[in-house]
Each structure stands twice: as structure tokens, then as C-alpha cells.
Ligand binder design. Structure first.
Ligand SMILES: Cc1ncc(COP(=O)(O)O)c(C=O)c1O
Ligand SMILES: N[C@@H](CCCC[NH3+])C(=O)O
Length: 461
């Protein structure tokens, strides 16, 4: 069925889904932009990834499981590195981090952004050269800052006056001069969910540009001469498609570069515009390629520098979601199917909000497909829900699945590489799923499944 016929069918079936979701012509079809690049439907009807059948993965590693397409992940790292060849690309580790990922990121020539002592520990344990690390956070502890300084972290992005004082004390004590950037709140209202927008005035991150705190912080660091101020940093939010926000942000931050030059005669050599580049979760999302993003961002910075008569600083960016998000999907097994009074069917899977909190937290949209077979049954409006004791435990709000979807089917949800395993919880004492990396016909566990023994290990009786 074609999309334009969907309206009529929507009316016929008393459709209760969102207006944008169309009845698919073929409920078995995969939209390439949603899936890791090596995913195919094999002759058997089951999905394969990296040449491995998902049924084999489910048998060997169980469900739910996050499945990482290693070739896809590497390709995305490489594409960002190539597109931003004259810039520094920091992979945002908060999106998903484990030692295997750190090693791949390093091998593919990227830098790494960490934002806690734990992420720093993983990065160092995996052998990431410390000078290729950036350290973020609005409330870094003395212990975290000390560790970063002692390890020789390449740059620390300072976020408060308290932090500047703390870091300066640590640096003085050790007779070192850590490189810092200042996180600037540029007052941009990014077009994304409120909880993942980070540059409007009223929030916890950064020094306000409009209020003068950012300039005061820069002058303090320059005048005290303990820390080396390398540049300014702005991150406007996450899952953003429009480069307009980056343009405003670059203009404002470079305006501050010019103010600092005018006040102290210093031109800062670096500028970081953060991450936030959107990916496709559904047919409605149309992300830009890294090459296109690079062209636009570099031009924005060059134009703004020309206007402010500044030398062009070295640009860095911090993409997380755009690199790992599309490289993974979550593989679940269907446990129950309930038709609720002709409204929709609730398809329960063996995970839920503990492995993907984004739907509940940000009202995020996802897609899904039956992964273990194809079906000739007509499409049926479904809501994929988890097994938690919570009515808001929704994985995929609205999707068309074949009407014969049944217990034992494997269900795959694409786009779960970023902020799913990294934000996973043990709610209801559900152990967190493993991450299985697949490449060239072979699978390996890069993060093992949590066990009930792991859960009990923290419980002191
Ligand atoms: C400072 C900073 N840099 C980079 C990122 C990565 O964002 P994304 O994964 O959307 O690219 C974040 C998260 O939003 C962030 O807070
Ligand atoms: N956790 C958010 C991204 C922002 C987090 C980093 N500031 C998400 O899932 O979309």
C-alpha cells in the first residue's frame, strides 16, 4: 500500500497512531537509514548483521541484547574523522562507552570526551592516550580533577568558578599547567526535547554569556595564569538537525573570543562547538552526512571569524549519538501480545525501560521489526512495551507490526546505540543486557550480561 492511501486505511481501522506513521507497503521491509549498514533480511526471512543470523545471536547470547555492527561503527568514526580532517573529533563517551569502543575510537583516529571519573577510568584502562581526552562535567570532584591532572588529560572543560579554583589549587600543588576550555552557555534554544537542550539560559551547564560570567571566567583564568586557557566550548543540545543553532552559537562564542582579545590581547587558539547531530529513529528523521555537516560548520566558523577579524581557531566537535546511535539495535524476544479493545496491540518484550529509558524520559520515538521471520499477515498498529512494573514502560510508542506477531518472535529495535546501554538501570532487579559486537561473520561479547549474582553482589545482606 502506498503512503497516500494510508489516510483512508487509517480511517478504516480507527487508527490511533501519530499522523506521520503510515501503514507500510511491506511490513517486512527495512528502511536502510534506520539500520546498521550490514543488516539484511536473509532468504530465511531472519535478519543478519555482519553476516550472522540474529537467531544464532539470540541462541548464543540470549535476549534482550544490544547488537553492535562493528563495521558500521568503525565506518561512522572514519567518516567523521575524514569529513572533519582539519578539526578534532571527540567521540562523546557518554553515548556508549566500553573498552572495545575506546580502542576502536582510538584506532580510527578520534579523540574522546569523558564526563565522569568512571568514564575516565574506562578510557585509561583501554589505553586511550590521555592527551587525546577531553574531560567535561558541571560538578567534577576534587578526586576526579586530581586524577585527570595526574593522568595528563589533554583538556578539561571548566564549568564553574568553584571548579576553576579547585583545578587551580591542584595545578599549583603539582606545578603543572592544565589546558582548559570554558563551557559557555550561549542562550540558544535548540529545537529538541527540553531535557536534552543545553544552551538556553535557565539551566545548570556552563557560564552565561549574556550575564557576563563567561567573560569574567576567561579573564580570571588569564589573569591568574595558573591554567592554560585554550578556547571556548559550546554544546547546544542533542538530536538536532538544523545547523541554524550552531550558527548562532558560533557567532556568540566567537564574539566572546573577540571580547577577550580586546580586553587582554589574547586570541584563543581553539573552539569547540560540541555534539548533538541528530540521527534517524523513524522515517520522519532526515540527518545530514558528516561531510555536509563539516562543510557547513567550517564555513560558519570562517565567516564569523572574518566578521570579527579573528584568526580561525582550531575547531573541534563532540558527536556521540551520530557515531554509535545507528550502529546498534536491540534484540528482544516477544513474550505476550494483547489486543486492547481494537485500539492497538501491546507487544511485550523481555526488556523495557531498564535497557531503553529514552522513550519514557524524552517521549522519544523508535521503530521496530520482527527480526526472526517475514510475515504475510497484514500490518497491525502495535505498541512495544517492556516487562517492568510501570505503565510508562514503553519501548516503541507506535509501529506497524505484522498482525500475526506472536510469543517467541524476535523483535529488533534500531537506533539504540546511543544513550540506551549507557543509561540502563536495574529497575525491578532486571539485569542489564550484554553488548554483542558482530563483524565479518563472527560475534564477540564486549560487555557481558549482568547476572543475578552481580545484583546480589552489591547487597550486603
Ligand atoms: C558537552 C557534550 N558534548 C557532546 C555531547 C554528545 O551529544 P550527542 O551524542 O548528541 O552528539 C553531549 C551530550 O549531549 C554533551 O553534553
Ligand atoms: N541522554 C540524552 C542526550 C544528552 C546527554 C548529554 N548531554 C539522550 O538520550 O538523548
Amino acid at each position: 500500500m502506498r503512503a497516500h492511501e494510508a489516510g483512508a486505511l487509517h480511517a478504516d481501522i480507527g487508527y490511533r497512531g501519530p499522523a506521520w506513521l503510515h501503514v507500510p507497503e511491506d511490513v517486512n521491509a527495512l528502511m536502510p537509514q534506520l539500520w546498521p549498514r550490514t543488516v539484511r533480511r536473509a532468504g530465511t526471512g531472519a535478519l543478519t548483521v555482519g553476516g550472522v543470523d540474529v537467531q544464532e545471536l539470540a541462541e548464543e547470547y540470549g535476549t534482550p541484547a544490544y547488537v553492535l555492527d562493528e563495521a558500521d561503527f568503525r565506518a561512522r568514526c572514519r567518516e567523521f574523522a575524514a569529513a572533519f580532517a582539519d578539526c578534532d573529533v571527540y567521540y562523546a563517551g557518554k553515548s556508549f562507552l566500553c573498552r572495545a569502543v575506546v580502542r576502536i575510537v582510538a584506532e580510527e583516529g578520534l579523540f574522546l570526551d569523558v564526563c565522569s571519573g568512571g568514564e575516565l577510568a574506562v578510557a585509561l584502562a583501554a589505553g586511550m592516550p590521555p592527551e587525546r581526552l577531553g574531560f567535561h562535567g558541571n560538578n567534577k570532584s576534587v578526586a576526579e580533577l586530581t586524577r585527570a591532572v595526574e593522568a595528563g588529560v589533554g583538556r578539561i572543560i571548566v564549568d564553574s568558578f568553584h571548579e576553576i579554583d579547585r583545578l587551580s589549587a591542584i595545578a599549583r600543588e603539582r606545578g603543572v599547567r592544565p589546558s582548559v576550555l570554558i563551557r559557555v552557555t550561549v542562550g540558544v534554544e535548540a529545537h529538541t526535547h527540553e531535557y536534552i537542550a543545553t544552551a538556553h539560559e535557565d539551566q545548570k551547564f556552563g557560564f552565561s554569556l549574556a550575564g557576563g560570567a563567561a567573560l569574567a571566567a576567561a579573564l580570571k583564568i588569564i589573569d591568574e595564569d595558573v591554567l592554560e586557557l585554550r578556547g571556548l566550548h559550546s554544546h547546544i543540545g542533542s538530536q538536532i538537525f538544523d545547523t541554524g543553532g550552531f550558527e548562532v552559537s558560533a557567532r556568540r562564542v566567537l564574539g566572546l573570543h573577540a571580547q577577550i582579545r580586546d580586553a587582554r590581547g589574547v586570541e584563543l587558539p581553539e573552539l569547540d562547538l560540541g555534539g548533538g547531530f541528530g540521527i534517524a529513529y523513524t522515517s520522519q528523521d532526515d540527518p545530514s552526512e558528516p561531510g555536509e555537516l563539516a562543510k557547513r560548520l567550517v564555513k560558519i566558523v570562517e565567516d564569523e571569524c572574518e566578521l570579527a577579524t579573528l584568526a580561525v581557531p582550531r575547531l573541534s566537535i563532540e558527536p556521540g549519538r551520530a557515531i554509535v546511535g545507528p550502529a546498534m539495535f536491540t534484540l528482544y524476544e516477544v513474550g505476550t501480545v494483547k489486543d486492547v479493545d481494537g485500539i492497538r496491540s501491546y507487544v511485550s518484550v523481555d526488556g523495557g525501560m531498564s535497557d531503553n529509558i529514552r522513550t519514557a524520559l524524552y517521549d522519544a520515538s523508535y521503530s521496530a521489526t520482527v527480526a526472526s521471520r517475514t510475515s504475510t499477515a497484514p500490518p497491525m498498529l502495535a505498541r512495544v512495551v517492556g516487562k517492568h512494573c510501570e505503565a510508562g514502560d514503553i519501548v516503541v510508542k507506535d509501529e506497524f507490526l505484522p498482525a500475526d506477531v506472536r510469543p517467541g518472535d524476535l523483535l529488533a529495535v534500531p537506533g539504540t546505540g546511543a544513550y540506551c546501554r549507557s543509561m540502563a538501570s536495574n529497575y525491578n532487579h532486571v539485569p542489564r543486557p550484554p553488548v554483542v559486537a558482530v563483524a565479518d561473520g563472527a560475534a564477540r561479547v564486549v560487555v557481558r550480561r549482568e547476572t543475578e549474582d552481580d545484583l546480589l553482589a552489591l547487597d550486603m545482606g
